[in-house]
Design a protein around this ligand. Sequence first.
Ligand code: ZN
Length: 252
Amino acid sequence: MKLINAFILAVLCSLPAASLHARDKAETVFQTSTLSALMEGVYEGNTTFAELKSQGDFGLGTLNGLDGEMVGFGGVFYQVTSDGKAHEVPDDAVTPFAVVTFFEADKTVSIDGPLECEDLEKYILELLPSDNIFYAIKIDGRFESIKTRSVPRQLEPFPPLAEVVKKESVFELENAEGTIAGYWFPEYLSGVNAAGFHFHFLTADRKTGGHVLDCRAGKIKIEIDYNDDLQISLPKTENFLDADIPGAPKQQ
Ligand code: ZN
């Protein structure tokens, strides 16, 4: 028992002091809706990008109607539509699901690949001080290859996400410079958000990107922002209120 306590203390002490203060905006992840609602076809929210920007300058998500993949950093948010083109998102655009934070790196590591995405994830996992908090992850640099996808805008009645991704557009880029905005959430938040890694990409020329399916990293810089506060704002739309959102399996 003493050993476990010493371990917990060591983990807490390795976190920056600011992360121990509740409701520090830099350590808070803000999200609109939940992943399980999005999976169920809740594609209509009422949070504007102006509101989203007041909660973070970095993040990922989508736009109303599931109109493409959203990726943002440095306070600028982009929509990668199903034709693969990236567009800056206007402040009055609305999102049904987005995750943002004010990005402040707590750990920075530079590596020179080649490193397959799967191994990159294993490498990042080793850098995380605890499996019980959540992380915003920014990766800048060159990718020898990167495979992304986007999804077409949907009309009501909205099909579930699993149906839509069958019609996804896939893009394969070689030797691409750009930035990944991503998150890692623990298993216990599965349904609220995506457990494990979730990466969205934007090329340095701001022309294309999307939800990352696979990659081979070259020379990259990895920045990790430790977060221990989560704020969830649920959509005040009929689409959300009337949805049949599955819960966690009942305890036996
Ligand atoms: Zn995604």
